[in-house]
Design a protein. Structure first.
Length: 638
């Protein structure tokens, strides 16, 4: 039987000793130590015994305080507001973050302070800065009795409730300019007097359903982000999840024994916001996506599809992987097998839902799986923290966890019927509202892997670039691209010269300002359409000295010459616009060292170095002295 949290690996026999040692090392850390990061990630991914939960909370707080010495972890500060007590959530969230590559600190405003924070200008509010704000209200914030069966009265009540929630979110957004995450409402089972209440106008049950639908609609319209707290309550079971004793005594919005699951669910949403969610699923084959061993049983002997409960369970799991692929998750295979034999079911088995074209990287050999997973990451140009490895074999899981602790390795149930529940509970593939380009991401990564194979076969890099038949499109910002532009600006960290963050409102403002040139860049090659891969904003307020305000790129198109092509474009526009010089700024962060020498590569000269005072390094290039780079692109207006 699967229970929430069972996806975590069991706690090691020496868990207590390791936890004590790691806590002591964090208290005394005074230099960067990669092994410390690995141990934190490994322990945080374990199934923590309840008696150690308070110690894990302290460990999480220490990790946040020591985050400068923890490479591989992203610090985030979250402000939580609501109409219930959220201090319990803050403590559990500190413990939950490290399993997802985050070190988290939550500040709460105290009981029932959401309206005050949004609307009371006289209240100073909590001290920031923050990376996100959580708005978590329950049905009592919108409680209003209306006459049952009165549809007009119900509509009016819903309008008032939606307006009240919108005022709170908008007020907080204006006051604290960071993403706002709105929690859906959990249904109190005691409020439903009958199973008919869900269809009865004016009932409390209907109000919760209507508000949740409104929250989701606003999320899809990108007005705010949505954390589906209500869905979490349903998965756990509302009678167990809603604790009336703790609610009355401590104003707790849920039963406190489920605090770790609640915090982990929220941490998954924060990981998506921080770009730390899973991007690729690495699948074993035998007894993972089908029953049996293909080398022994042959394709015809595999247990898969209709006719048996086990076969149907494997089909259901394959269907889930395809649903993830539809949402941009990359599917790969890592199997100890002869490749030709391993591929045969994908080609010939009538009940296989997964086919070869669905798999971006297919590795079947008898090498160590940790080494093969490294190869997969390199082929896709993804960090190991972006990979989720699913294997029914406990020995293989343990090997990968020990060797590659930043790879997500869920504990798999013995019964394949619980595979979907386990992985959904893990929340590795939580995502923000999808864009059309997100839906094509899996195909783009497949194309990248094939391009890497082409490079290996050709050898000469210039010939390789020419062979790709690359087409590039550079267009001004427009309403169609607005959401993806803002998404790139908010999530890109490695190839990002200044890491300035602009919301969709800012994107609209910049595109309407004649003092700025705003470029959205798309690229395709003979293997894949990579979609929007770069955003460049040029400030030409100073007529004779233009400045590069923002320059970021997706790392999946590195070493293709995109940056050289775009710099050619910038310099050409500057010359045509009467500018004598183009200025550049590099502001170093913990994650953008990849572009530390970008301007030197573009032949710019350093004019000032204010890094010590947080001002970054300033560069200039004379337009007349610029020599265009050789590139291998065709321009594409589409």
């Amino acid at each position: 039987m699967f229970k929430p949290g069972d996806w975590r690996e069991p706690a090691a026999a020496d868990f207590d000793v390791r936890l004590k040692r790691l806590t002591g090392e964090l208290r005394g850390v005074d230099q960067e130590r990669v092994d410390l990061s690995k141990e934190l990630r490994r322990i945080a991914a374990m199934r923590v015994p309840m008696q150690h939960q308070s110690r894990m909370q302290r460990l999480g707080k220490l990790a946040f305080a020591s985050h400068a010495h923890l490479p591989g972890f992203r610090p985030m500060r979250v402000l939580a507001v609501g109409n219930k007590t959220l201090d319990f959530l803050a403590a559990d969230l500190a413990a939950a973050g490290p399993a997802r590559g985050l070190v988290l600190q939550m500040t709460t405003t105290g009981f029932d302070a959401a309206t005050a924070l949004a609307m009371d200008d006289q209240w100073a509010g909590p001290e920031g800065p923050f990376d996100a704000v959580l708005v978590m209200l329950d049905a009592s914030a919108f409680a209003e009795r209306v006459t049952l069966l009165d549809n007009a009265a119900e509509d009016a009540r819903m309008s008032r409730a939606a307006a009240h929630l919108t005022r709170i979110v908008d007020g907080i957004s204006k006051r604290i300019d960071v993403p706002v995450i709105v929690a859906t409402l959990a249904r109190d089972p005691a409020s439903a007097l009958s199973s008919s209440d869900g269809g009865m106008a004016g009932s409390a049950t209907r109000l919760v359903s209507q508000l949740n639908a409104f929250i989701h609609a606003q999320g899809q319209a990108r007005q705010w982000l949505v954390w589906d707290f209500g869905l979490l309550a349903e998965r756990i079971g509302t009678f167990a999840f809603c604790d009336p004793v703790r609610m009355h005594l401590a104003k707790a919005p849920y039963a406190l024994e489920y605090g770790p699951q609640v915090a982990d669910s929220l941490a998954a949403k924060l990981a998506a916001l921080a770009g730390r969610c899973g991007r690729a699923l690495v699948l074993d084959l035998d007894n993972t996506i089908w029953g049996g061993v293909v080398a022994d049983d042959g394709p015809e002997g595999l247990r898969l599809g209709q006719g048996s409960a086990e076969g149907e369970a494997f089909t259901a799991f394959q269907r889930l992987t395809l649903d993830w692929r539809d949402r941009g998750i990359v599917l790969t295979v890592c199997s100890k097998n002869v490749e030709a034999i391993a591929r045969e079911p994908f080609k010939s088995h009538a009940e296989m839902l997964l086919r070869e074209q669905h798999v971006a990287v297919f590795i079947a050999n008898f090498d160590d799986k940790a080494s093969n997973i490294r190869r997969i990451a390199q082929s896709l140009d993804l960090g190991l923290e972006s990979l989720v490895f699913v294997d029914d074999n406990p020995a293989e899981r343990e090997r990968v966890r020990a060797e590659l602790p930043f790879v997500h390795v869920p504990e798999m149930p013995e019964d394949v019927s619980y595979f979907p529940a386990s992985l959904l509970d893990a929340g590795y593939f939580e995502y923000l509202p999808l864009t059309a380009e997100d839906l094509g991401r899996s195909d783009a990564y497949t194309g990248r892997a094939r391009a890497a194979a082409t490079l290996e076969s050709i050898g000469n890099y210039d010939e390789y670039l020419q062979s790709l038949d690359m087409r590039i499109s550079v267009k001004p910002f427009d309403p169609t691209g607005k959401a993806r532009i803002a998404q790139l600006i908010s999530k890109s960290n490695q190839f990002n010269l200044t890491t300035r963050r602009y919301s969709e409102v800012d994107v609209e403002r910049l595109s309407a300002d004649s003092n700025f040139i705003c470029m959205q860049v798309r690229m395709k090659d003979r293997f894949a359409d990579h979609g929007m891969i770069s955003v460049v904003v040029i400030d030409k307020t100073e007529a004779h000295a233009w400045s590069i305000d923002t320059w970021l790129m997706s790392c999946r198109v590195l070493r293709r010459g995109v940056e050289q092509f775009l710099m050619n474009q910038v310099m050409q526009l500057a010359g045509e616009g009467g500018a004598d010089v183009v200025k550049g700024l590099y502001v170093p962060t913990a994650r953008n060292g990849l572009v530390a020498d970008f301007f030197e590569q573009m032949t710019f000269e350093t004019v000032a170095d204010e890094t010590a005072v947080g001002g970054g390094r300033h560069f200039e290039k004379s337009v007349s002295s610029y020599t265009p780079f050789q590139c291998f692109f065709q321009t594409d207006g589409a």
